[in-house]
Design a binder for this molecule. Structure first.
Ligand code: PEP
Ligand code: MG
Length: 554
């Protein structure tokens, strides 16, 4: 048995035979030119786009938005024209598609951030188009006859979004990162996943593997006893979790609301049926990823009504468009930037396009009035008190009551006493807060260690943000992926966070963890974590001190 370590991005145990996701056929060596190359290239890209379109009806909103965005790439005129130009210059059609795709990928990778992540999508589109032009089967996930663990270099979000959940027990990728959209989707779908396992390149079809998405381990050909022990732990966990339900609170009754992260109507419907106290983060930009023109107030109102409806009486925290950088929207494009993660994104983009913000706030206000949901509205990427005040005024002018800000820029965290004075609540976006605190691109898998929210420096910044919230008597929640880590949830509660928002599948274990510790114990765990020297020391210090019944099911 070999034990490999990767990054656990979606919790749970999976055990089964490997099925490798193919990289697709390559263009033949010295491929001859083709007289009808232009028509064949256009047809190949269009067939890729149509294939992606045809899957839209059978997936949820988040997945549909990702599929549409990928189909858009396949219809990108500059990509198609680039391939046609290469064919005109003498390349065979598949070679021309490959060359144009690679050229674009290199440009995307050089841009970094969001664009670098899109390189995987582009490669997927290119591989599909090459297969189409050669008449070969489409690359990607093969038809699955049995339950299996998928192993891939990386999965394009379009592939993750359309996985057959009844057959895919787990996912292992050689590349990827903790907050890539593939990781977020796997967690949302409740499929255990471990990314950044370079050695997985050696796995072959049929190899038996066990993955633990909580701790990021991969056992290749595990002993039966190891599998049995993990299975027994899983059964213990299922049993322990089944006895608890309802609002989150510590052992001594301090309330910590347990909320869901959602990206659209389907997510809302699914989360609405879960035992959660509402929504802590509705990523509204996910709904409009494929929109070419700004959605009208009427269109938005209808979407928001459908999102709010399942949460009658419960809280729904809506984040206004977080466009730009890793989530560009065609209708809110301010042009290329050297460094999009530090550019005019999030609230900065809203300041330049207040028309977009006003239309969204108007739609939210109408939908909130029409449904019984308790709608809260917050801004992404707020840097200082002045921005918070500007946003709060605009939201209140639209008749919306609860205004908040995401705390995901260290400046806002360090000055939260002033920032929180302007609004009603704060929500820590630990994905970006880690990225900006550690100066490490969240899309860069190689930097995962720096991006770890257990980094004591990140915990210090969170603590400071919570201190400012407490001074103002305002609630501070967490909606970054760290809120769904049961050990981290204890630390966050100890630092004073009053709500935790996560993929709904993560709620039961977090609820259990909180219920087994008093607030004072959570404070002590937070102190231990902040006193550690490294991220792994912090995590291990906390793990060693949690209650025996939690430790038994971790
Ligand atoms: C975050 O940054 O932690 C967050 C919740 O927002 P997103 O992942 O959408 O940037
Ligand atoms: Mg963010």
């Amino acid at each position: 048995m070999t034990v490999l370590q990767g990054l656990g991005v979606s919790e749970g145990i999976a055990f089964g035979p490997v099925v490798r996701v193919g990289r697709g056929v390559r263009p033949p060596e010295s491929e001859p030119t083709s007289p009808d190359a232009e028509a064949r290239i256009r047809e190949a890209f269009e067939s890729v786009a149509l294939d992606l379109d045809s899957r839209l009806g059978s997936v949820d909103d988040t997945a549909a938005a990702i599929l549409s965005a990928t189909a858009m790439l396949a219809r990108d005129p500059s990509l198609i024209d680039g391939a046609i130009a290469r064919a005109a210059a003498g390349s065979g059609p598949a070679t021309a598609i490959d060359g144009a795709t690679r050229e674009f990928m290199e440009q995307f990778i050089a841009l970094g951030g969001y664009f670098a992540e899109r390189a995987t999508d582009l490669r997927d589109v290119g591989d599909r188009a090459i297969a189409a032009v050669l008449g070969a089967p489409a690359p990607g996930v093969p038809p699955l006859a049995e339950e299996c663990v998928l192993v891939a270099y990386d999965l394009a979000p379009a592939e993750t979004a359309t996985l057959d959940r009844t057959k895919v027990l787990g996912i292992i990728t050689e590349a990827g990162g903790r907050t890539s959209h593939t990781a977020i989707l796997a967690a949302q779908m409740g499929i255990p996943a471990v990314v950044k396992v370079a050695e997985a390149a050696e796995f072959v079809d049929g190899d038996l593997v066990m993955i633990d998405g909580d701790i990021g381990s991969v056992h290749l050909r595990p002993e039966q006893a190891t599998v049995d022990a993990r299975r027994a732990r899983n059964a213990r966990r299922a049993d322990a979790l089944s006895h608890l339900s309802g609002p989150g609170s510590t052992l001594d009754g301090k309330q910590v609301k347990l909320l869901a992260n959602i990206g659209g109507v389907e997510d809302a419907v699914a989360a609405g049926k879960c035992d959660v106290e509402g929504v802590g983060l509705f990523r509204t930009e996910f709904v409009f990823l494929s929109a070419q023109t700004a959605p009208t107030v009427e269109e938005q109102t209808e979407t928001y009504r459908q999102v709010f409806a399942p949460f009658d009486g419960r809280r729904v925290v809506v984040r206004t468009l977080d466009a730009g950088a890793d989530k560009p929207l065609a209708f809110a494009d301010l042009g290329a930037e050297e460094n999009p993660a530090l550019g005019r994104r999030g609230l900065r983009l809203s300041a330049e396009r207040p028309d977009l913000l006003d239309a969204q706030l108007e739609a939210l206000s109408i939908a909130a009035t029409d449904t019984g949901a308790d709608v809260w509205v917050m801004a992404p990427m707020v840097a200082d008190a002045q921005e918070a005040a500007w946003f709060a005024r605009r939201v209140r002018e639209n008749g919306l009551r609860n205004v908040g800000v995401m705390i995901e820029i260290p400046a806002a965290a360090l000055r939260s006493t002033h920032v929180l004075a302007e609004v009603d609540f704060g929500s820590l976006g630990t994905n970006d807060l880690a990225q900006y605190t550690m100066a490490a691109d969240r899309m860069q898998g190689e930097l995962a260690e720096l991006l770890d929210p257990w980094q004591p420096a990140v915990l210090d910044v969170i603590a400071e943000a919570c201190r400012g919230a407490a001074i103002n008597g305002k609630p501070m929640g967490v909606c970054g992926e760290s809120a769904g880590d049961a050990l981290m949830a204890l630390v966050l509660a100890g630092l004073g966070c009053s709500s935790l928002s996560m993929a709904p599948a993560r709620v039961p274990l977090v609820r259990f963890a909180l219920s087994r510790h008093t607030f004072a114990q959570c404070q002590r765990l937070a102190h231990l974590a902040r006193s550690a020297r490294t991220a792994s020391d912090a995590r291990e210090a906390v793990r060693a001190e949690v209650s025996a019944d939690l430790a038994a099911i971790l």
